[in-house]
Each structure stands twice: as C-alpha cells, then as structure tokens.
Design a protein around this ligand. Structure first.
Ligand code: MUC
Length: 96
C-alpha cells in the first residue's frame, strides 16, 4: 500500500550540536536503508522548509506507523500521513 507522508523537522534550538548531528546521521542511514529496501520510495525536500514529502510502500497502516516510529528524528517531527490509491485517469498504472 502507498502512503504520502509529509515530515516537518522541528529540532529544539537548545539541542546540543553533536546530538543533532548524530540524529541526522542515523536518520540518513535508516532513510537510505529503507530506500534500498523499496519501503521509502520517494523522498523530496520541500523547497524553503526543513521538511520533506515522501512516498512509503508498506503492507498496512501498522507497518507504516512502526516504520515512522523507528526514525531517529521521529520525536522531533510533525508527520502527516495520507493513504493513496490508484487514480482512474493515471497513465502509470504499472508504477508503484
Ligand atoms: O531531512 C528531512 O527531511 C528529515 C529526515 C528525512 C530523511 C532524512 O535524512 O532526514
């Protein structure tokens, strides 16, 4: 199943620099692992914001929740999830 996920990162201003750097490095590593696994299908920066729009491909809502909860930055993100389904006018029925 496909999900549109928007993540807005809100790191506390007083978060120590080294803690923020570690979080971002671990987040990047997991994000790239999930992309290689075909779970995190698209990851796009929203221009002008510390935020992204992503497409996740997972079997169900619970798996998406568990996957997002695993993200190191999860505690510092506002996340909005929209479930997706095929559009009757889409020319890309084969794409996922
Ligand atoms: O930068 C972000 O959008 C937040 C998060 C998502 C992937 C990643 O590496 O960090």
């Amino acid at each position: 199943m496909l999900y549109h996920v928007q993540m807005t990162v809100r790191l506390p201003a007083d978060l120590p620099t080294e803690v923020a750097a570690d979080l971002k490095a671990r987040e990047k590593a997991l994000a790239q692992q999930l992309q290689r696994e075909g779970v995190w299908r698209h990851l796009w920066r929203i221009a002008g914001q510390y935020a992204n729009v992503s497409i996740f491909d997972v079997p169900d809502h619970a798996t998406l929740h568990d996957t997002l909860m695993r993200l190191p930055l999860f505690p510092y993100m506002d996340i909005t999830v929209l479930p997706l389904c095929r559009h009757p006018s889409s020319l890309h029925d084969d794409e996922r």
